[in-house]
Design a protein around this ligand. Sequence first.
Ligand SMILES: Nc1ncnc2c1ncn2[C@@H]1O[C@H](COP(=O)(O)OP(=O)(O)O)[C@@H](O)[C@H]1O
Ligand SMILES: [Mg+2]
Length: 497
Amino acid sequence: MSIRLRLLLSYTAMLLITVILFVAAVFLIAVAVTGDVRHVRDLYTSRYAVMPLTEPEETVSVETKFLGKSDPEQLLDAAFLRELEQRLAPVQAGILVRKGSEIHHATPMLQVPGMKAALPPYEFGNLHVRDILETEGRFFSYVKFDLHFADKTEGGVYVMKEVSPYAELTRSLLPVLILFLLLMLALMNGLLNFLVSRSIIRPLYRLKTATEQIRDGELDFHIEQSGRDEIGQLSQAFEDMRKKLKESVELQLQYEENRKELISNISHDLKTPITSILGYVEGIRDGVADTPEKLEKYLDTIARKAKGMDQLIDELFLFSRLDLGKLPFTFERLDIGRFLEDYVSELRFDLEEKNVTVEFERQGSAVSAAPSTPPALVLADRDKLRRVLANVVDNSLKYNDKPEKRISFSLQVDTGQVRIEISDNGPGIDPRAMPNIFDRFYRAEQSRSTDTGGSGLGLAIAKQIVDEHRGTIKASSIAGEGTAILITLPRVEGAEA
Ligand SMILES: Nc1ncnc2c1ncn2[C@@H]1O[C@H](COP(=O)(O)OP(=O)(O)O)[C@@H](O)[C@H]1O
Ligand SMILES: [Mg+2]
């Protein structure tokens, strides 16, 4: 059974029970009040009949009834009737005597137009002695006694008083009112059902549609939230789930894309040198290298290409081990100032003949060599950190097109971290390439020629290592003036290990 139907049934049942209880209560009260009502219908029709008469009405009607049987002529005596009227006056009742079709006597308050026509006809046996009559919108309740006068004309004597028209109106309209009430209940039922189904069923249907969409792999939509109630919370949870799912699917796609690109790049970077090696080998075989000098040159090239490939495979291997988190790091407390000084003096020695200036500056403390300067300690893997510096320096040398090459190191020690900046006077990096240079295999120059660049893994490896040190690595560059690579590493407290 659907929730909609269940709600409808429960509302209907609720209303029915209410109505039944209401009717039962009314019936019980009626029985309790009147003592002898066997049907609710009786209560309704005999409402006036059971309404007790006032004392004067009671006695006057009993007396007139007695006279009607024993001495009807006395009911035509005006003096006697006036005396009865006086007794009835305190309860606003009067007396009316009908003889034949004429009104023989009526208390002034009963002398209203149409009264004669409204009087009930003579009734043998006097069964219906109490009722209400209406004339021109006014209502009168009466107790009557029908009789025969001495001259055999039929007549009647009425003890009568005016009643509120509203009571009578209510009495006549009661069935309509009850019908109206039932109609209202039914309408209410419909309205409640509509409102509830709007707030429960509709959002549920929306969720159902959403689930079907998700099942079919469609994730680009928005699940509308309906209010803050339980259904609203459910919708919100669904929406969150959809977002998470979408994110994870997109991430998956991104991974897939990366993997494809990686394979294509590796294939390309391995294929190119192999092809040329094969070319040179072929040349030697075919006797193109017919002089010892040529042969030497061919073999040189083959060796160079093979070395490049070896290097590429090494880098690839290193990168993939870093990527998989399989490369062990041996961290130690390192005085970064001394470490850099050592590295720079080594580098200076290596590059002396190549006309490259190597500078080192420790910012914020010109007296860096003074023994009082506390060492700036970082937790680092010595060899891996050298690898980072080597990769950066390698780029600075490789891409530098100036005759006077310069590489400047600077170290700045802050409270919580150290900042190492390595800048060169090279050509700088195209701003469009800037966001990608730390990506694996990315090279600003897209031809992937081995003559103008490396594997595109150098900075990616550097970033992996710096990340492992919980540091950051960034690049800034001015076109034509140079590039600066900024590395930050967190400082640690305590003595050097
Ligand atoms: N000092 C630099 N000067 C100019 N361009 C640089 C410099 N460092 C890096 N780049 C650019 O960033 C790209 C990525 O560097 P890297 O990851 O080391 O790969 P590659 O193997 O090409 O050197 C390089 O291809 C180069 O275009
Ligand atoms: Mg490089």
